[in-house]
Structures are given as C-alpha cells and as structure tokens.
Ligand binder design. Structure first.
Ligand code: PLP
Length: 388
C-alpha cells in the first residue's frame, strides 16, 4: 500500500518532545543574554590529546587521507585497538574488530545485525536515551525494565524473567553506566548472564565509558568467559579522549555476530571517517596520561555534584541521576517544574523520562561538560534552584 505522505511507523516512534519544550525556553533565555550551563548533554570539555586532533592529520604524512578506508577499519587502527586491549589485559583477535562511526552508529549496526523487526530487547532502566530509539528504528521493541535504581529491592533474575517473552532476543548492558554513574556490580552481572544463557539471548555490551571510572579499574563485562559465545561489545573514543565529533569507535564480539556486523557496516557508512581513524591511532597509543588527568578531574567534578545533591559519589561515566521529588511542588506528575526552575537559574538538565518511562520525576545531570571552576559556578546556580 502506498504510504505517502506518512513516514514509517518505526521512525514516527522516535519522539524528541520533552527536549523541545525545554529547548524553546532555553533559546528564549539565551536570546535575552543569559548564560546557560550545559549540564544536559554528555559532552566533555577537554580538547583531545594533541596528536589526536583533526589539525594534526596531514596529507603529506598520510597520502590518501581523504579517500575511503577499508570497511573493517584502517589496518594501523585495528592494530592500535588490539594493542590497547592487550595492554588492558583483555586481548581481542584483530580479525574480530570492526571500526565504526562512534557508538551511536556501532549500536545501530549491532541492532541491524542481530535483530529483526518484531523482536524484543530487554532494556534495563534507567538507560542512555538514544538506545531506545536505536532499537525502535530497527522495528524491534525496547522492553523497559526498571532495575538500576532499585537493585537493593529486586531479585534481578526474577525481574528479567517477568519481562521476557518468546520474542526476546537480546539484553543491553552498559557499565560504567549512563545515567546513574555506577559500575554494575559483578553479582548483578552474574545474574544477567545466567538469565541470558538460560534463554539463549544475545548480550549487547555498551563500553562508551570504559576509561572513565573513578575507583578501582572495573573488569569489562564482555571479558567474562561465560559471555564469549554470545556477546557483542561497542566502544567509542568519544568519551575517553574528547573525540565525540570525530565519530570513531569499534565493535567486537563472537564470530557469528562479527560477520553480520561487518556486512551491515558496509551498507551503513561504509567506513568511519578516515582522517579521524588516523587521529584515533594517536589517541589509543599516546592517550594514557590524558586519561589519567581526565579521570582525576571528572571524578572530582562528580564528587562535588553528588555532594550538592546528597548522592553517593559516581563510580564512573559522566552523569548522575536523581529523584527530583523533594524539589517538586505537591501534585507534580513530572520533573518539569524543577527543570524549568533550574533553567531559569541558568542550568540545563535532562528530564529523567528520556532515560525510561518510570523516571518522569527524575533528572539527569552531566558533570563533565565544563572545566571545574565553571562547573562550580553551574553548581552554585543549581543550588539556588534546589532551595526554592
Ligand atoms: C551509554 C552510551 N552509549 C553510547 C553513546 C554514544 O557514543 P558516541 O558519541 O560514540 O556515538 C553514548 C553517548 O552519550 C552513551 O552515553
């Protein structure tokens, strides 16, 4: 049946409504000359390591810099990725690596490779807002399972069992976690893995914050022996190295998945941006000191943010997530009155509902988008919104 002028049902489900309401108010405030502190997006303020910046890449040193790269990725970058994973103590065979255009693209490619329209994916909530749409645009159903904010009160396996259906094919895990700032506890991951193995599910592991942890170095979920046969992991250089605009990441996983993933990659972006693949080599090879500095500064910003909000300090990532109920007027059904008050005080925050439908009264805050002195100014502005 012709559909014009309607668009696909999958793309119609991709709503941006909550953000646009706050966006209009933010634009009006900016037009009136107000400074707004951007604590809503997950960007980071530090410029990348020098050799990894766009301006450091030269056609004189890299002939063909602006030509297509091989679909799998530049061989030198694949070697640098393998070298770094090896250095971290978790070697991955180069043949099972696929370079992608950042984790957003990588996870879309994973969704296309592993899912069919009509499939269900268990999405423990709260979650990174875009993952819901990435699954939905494939025509699959993201099944939201409120979990990470209530681990003390829930039996993880029983909760996942209750959310599963015969159409469930995968579960998504992200650690360090956006938005809670937690590293998922090993006993919880044990329970998820037992569940996934029992029901023959794919386990999609999102490693966007692999280098941003503030306590002991966590063991990556994908490195578990009992996941070898059913994991796909997605990494990005966006968060680790301040390269969000570069659009470089990588995916690895078990053999069956990787064959499909490389095929889908060819039909998606063909290759990740070649000049930034070259830049990524420098980040991976020379960026360890930069990462240490980032962890120190972001950890401190996270602790100051948590202290203001009365939360435990974050263990990793770039966000904290809190229930805004104490700051809401009686009878409020969502966090909007607080979000608007924060905006009027100069601080942009993310509505918790974008991280899951159970979180209408919650709020996400980023602690890595500004240098510490400016972040302190943002926190002082936020403090006035918390008091009112
Ligand atoms: C958990 C998580 N996964 C993936 C991404 C996407 O990363 P990229 O910038 O590489 O597309 C983000 C970005 O915020 C994220 O928070």
């Amino acid at each position: 049946m012709p559909r014009f002028p309607d668009v696909s049902a999958a793309s119609e489900s991709l709503s941006t409504g909550v953000f646009s309401q706050l966006g209009a108010r933010a634009r009006a405030l900016t037009a009136a000359g107000r400074r707004l502190y951007p604590l809503h997006v997950g960007d980071t303020w530090m410029e990348p390591p020098e050799g990894a910046r766009a301006q450091a890449q030269r056609t004189s040193e890299h002939p063909g810099l602006h030509q297509y790269a091989p679909v799998h990725g530049l061989p030198e970058l694949l070697t640098a990725i393998a070298r770094r994973l090896d250095r971290l103590g978790h070697p991955v065979d180069k043949a099972r690596l696929q370079v992608v255009s950042g984790a957003t693209s990588g996870l879309s490619i994973i969704a296309e490779a592993l899912l069919d329209p009509g499939d269900e994916v268990l999405l423990p909530a709260p979650f990174w807002p875009l993952i819901r749409g990435i699954i939905a645009k494939r025509g699959a159903t993201p099944v939201q399972v409120p979990l990470w904010d209530r681990l003390d009160a829930l039996d993880v396996e029983a909760t996942l069992e209750a959310a599963r259906s015969p159409r469930t094919v995968a579960i998504y895990l992200n650690s360090p976690h956006n938005p809670t700032g937690r590293v998922l506890p090993p006993d919880v991951v044990d329970a998820v893995v037992r569940f996934a193995r029992r029901h023959q599910l794919w386990v999609i592991v999102d490693e966007a914050y692999q280098d941003l942890y503030f306590d002991a170095t966590p063991v990556p979920i994908w490195a578990r022996e009992d996941l070898r046969d059913r994991y796909v992991a997605c990494h990005t250089l966006s968060k680790s190295y301040g390269l969000a605009g570069a659009r470089v990441g990588y995916v690895h996983g078990c053999e069956a998945a990787m064959k499909a993933i490389s095929a889908v990659q060819a039909f998606s972006t063909y290759c990740a941006p070649k000049p930034m693949q070259v830049a990524a080599i420098a980040a991976l090879d020379e960026g360890d000191e930069f990462l240490a500095r980032r962890r120190a500064e972001f950890g401190e910003a996270g602790r100051r943010t948590a202290a203001l909000l009365g939360l435990p300090p974050p263990e990793g990532g770039t966000f904290l997530f809190f229930d805004a109920s104490p700051y809401l007027p009686e009878g409020a059904t969502d966090a909007m009155p607080f979000l608007e008050r924060a905006l009027d005080a100069g601080v942009m925050l993310t509505p918790g509902v974008s991280c899951g439908e159970a979180y209408a009264r919650w709020v996400r805050i980023c602690f890595t988008s500004l240098p510490l002195d400016e972040h302190d100014q943002a926190l002082a502005a936020l403090a006035t919104a918390l008091r009112r």
